[in-house]
Design a protein around this ligand. Sequence first.
Ligand code: CA
Length: 415
Amino acid sequence: MTTCWVPGADGSPYGVQTLPYGAFRHSGGAGSPGEPGGSSRAGGQRLGVRIADFVLDLRGAEDADLILAGGALCQPTLDEFLALGRAQWTTVRRRIVELLTESEHRAAVEPLLVPLAQVDLVMPFTVGDYVDFYSSEQHASNVGQIFRPGQPLLTPNWRHLPIGYHGRAGTVVVSGTPIVRPCGQRRSSAGPVFGPSGRLDIEAEVGFVVGVPTRLGDRVPTGRFADHVFGVTLVNDWSARDIQAWEYQPLGPFLGKSFATSVSPWIVPLEALDHAWVPAPEQDPPVLDYLVESARLGLDLSIVVEWNGTKVSAPPFAGMYWTPAQQLAHLTVNGAALRTGDLYASGTVSGARRDQVGSFLELTWGGTEPIKLDDGSERTFLEDGDTVVITATAPGPAGATIGLGEVTGTVLPAS
Ligand code: CA
C-alpha cells in the first residue's frame, strides 16, 4: 500500500486508494481562517478530492499548476472534468496520488487541504438525464409479492431486459438536503383522497455517473462501459408507496418518486473500484446478443442502511442480476444519446434475507411487520423527523477498504 503523508489517510477508507471527487464551499461564511492563499476564496463553490478527513482543494491545485487539467478543475462543478474522458481522468488521478504520497510535494499541497469539518459539501455535477433501473431479482420478487399478490413474482420481461424508467433529474439532491413529506393522491376505501403520504420509504441504490457523451443514434456496447461511465455514487430513491401503488399502472413510477432523490456528495471514480469487480449471477435464460458481456462482472459493494442510528439492513450489491454495463447497453440500444452528467441508478438493492433488503416496504413486509429501533420505538414507514443514512464500502488493493461516502436525509412534515 502506498504511504500517504496526510494525517489519518493510511488505513482510512478514504486513503489514496479511494480519492472520490466532490464540490464544496467553505462553511462559516467568508474568509474562513487558515485558508491558503487568502484572496478570492470566500463563498465560491470549488471542486475537491477527499483524502482522510480533509478535502484537497483542486482549484487551488490547478491554479498553482500542481495539476494540469485544462482548467476543468477550476470550475464550480465536475461537468467539464467529466467530459474529458478516461485517459484524462486516469492522468489526473495518478497526479493526485503523486501529490499526496511524495514528500517533495507536501509543502505545496498541505496548505490546500481543508478539514471536512470546515466545508459544506454541495451537488458536484449537473444531473443530465436520470434513469432508475430495477435490477435486483430479490427486490423485484418481494415487490411483486407485496403489490401483486397471487400473480407471478416477476413480470414476463424481467429476465430479458433491465427494466427501468426515466426519472426527474431536477429533483436529484445532494446528501443532507431535507426531505419534505410529499402530498399526493392515494386510494382509500371511500375513493381517492389527497394528502401527505403515509407510507414514505427509502430505496438504497447505487448510481453511475456518465462522463463521456454519445451522439443520437450511437449505442454503447457492454464492453465500452468504462469509456463512458466516470464513477459511482450512493443513491436514496425516496418513495411514497401509497402514491406509487395508486398511480403506477400502466406507465410506472411518477409522483411517488419524483419529489426527491438523494445522492452522496462523493463520486468514486471507477479506478478506485478495480479490485471490487466480482462475477455476477448467472443469467437464465440467456440474454439477447446486445446484453451479452465478455465477462459478467458486478461490483462487490457492501451497503449499510441506518434508521435513526439503528442499523436495519446490509444490502449486498454483488448479487444484482443486471450489471451496470448491461444497463448502459440497454439504455442506449435504441440510439438514445448520453449526456455528460447523466445518472443511472441500479434499482433497490436487496439480498435474500430480511436484514439485507434495501427498502422499508420489504423490511416491514408492506407495513405489516413493524421493526423496533434501538430507542425502543417501532416503525413501519418513515415518520417526520426520522433520519436515514446509507453508506457503503468496497474491497480495495492490498486489503484496503474503499469508502463510498454516505447519503443521508431527514424527513420534514408535509407543507
Ligand atoms: Ca428506485
